[in-house]
Write a protein that binds this ligand. Sequence first.
Ligand SMILES: C[S@@+](CC[C@H](N)C(=O)[O-])C[C@H]1O[C@@H](n2cnc3c(N)ncnc32)[C@H](O)[C@@H]1O
Length: 231
Amino acid sequence: MTDGSSKGEEIQRLFDTVPEYYDRMNRIMTLGRHAAWCRDVARRAQVPAGGSLLDIATGTGVIALEAARRYPGATIHGVDFSEGMLAGARTKPGAEAVTWQFADANDLPFADGTFDAVTHGYLLRNVEDAERVLAEQFRVLAPGGRLVILETCPPRGLLRRPVALGVKVVVPLLGQVVAHDRRSYTYLEESTLGFMSPEQVAEILGRLGFVDVAWDRRFLGTHMIVTATKP
Ligand SMILES: C[S@@+](CC[C@H](N)C(=O)[O-])C[C@H]1O[C@@H](n2cnc3c(N)ncnc32)[C@H](O)[C@@H]1O
């Protein structure tokens, strides 16, 4: 992905072109598991009654909508820097329960300590500086607030080679056949296999001051759900 623009600009363009196929591709690539992981992310956010949750890189809004269903009295914000993806979120059933807003994860337009929970799915491997983005999340969380991250990651151990080969072959092929967009899904494959392990993400979170950092791997080790708390 290089034509002289910053990584952020390229990612923004990429996601502005994929919303039509985005949910269908996610369902196919994760064999339907993405929706369950988003429910799990919302559950782990543990928003108190009348509290607030910020879902960053909300995309078509799957996590934010799950949170709105799970915590009916809470204030739910879904933000993204792709207007194309946000347009998809705004038309979904239940969308009126969420405040949708344009925002860049590098520079969130919220005061310090605003939210009881922050969530994001598939954001970190798309940003230039993951530590800066996580520091922003620490800033906008209230003391005691929960962070829940869903992300892809490279498989490890005995499964590493066969699973990585599967990801390399299957993901771009599905992108071509289902979304007619091999390039975007080649990027997904490359950014997944080249991304940090849960241990590395946890190390950054610890450095930033988060406590109770924990993680699970999912889907043959190609996905992680990481949770942390702001003290
Ligand atoms: C793969 S989608 C994930 C959408 C959703 N969270 C999900 O789980 O289906 C990644 C999203 O991250 C957004 N994104 C990437 N970098 C961003 C940034 N710096 N600020 C805000 N959104 C960003 C993209 O626009 C895109 O909608």
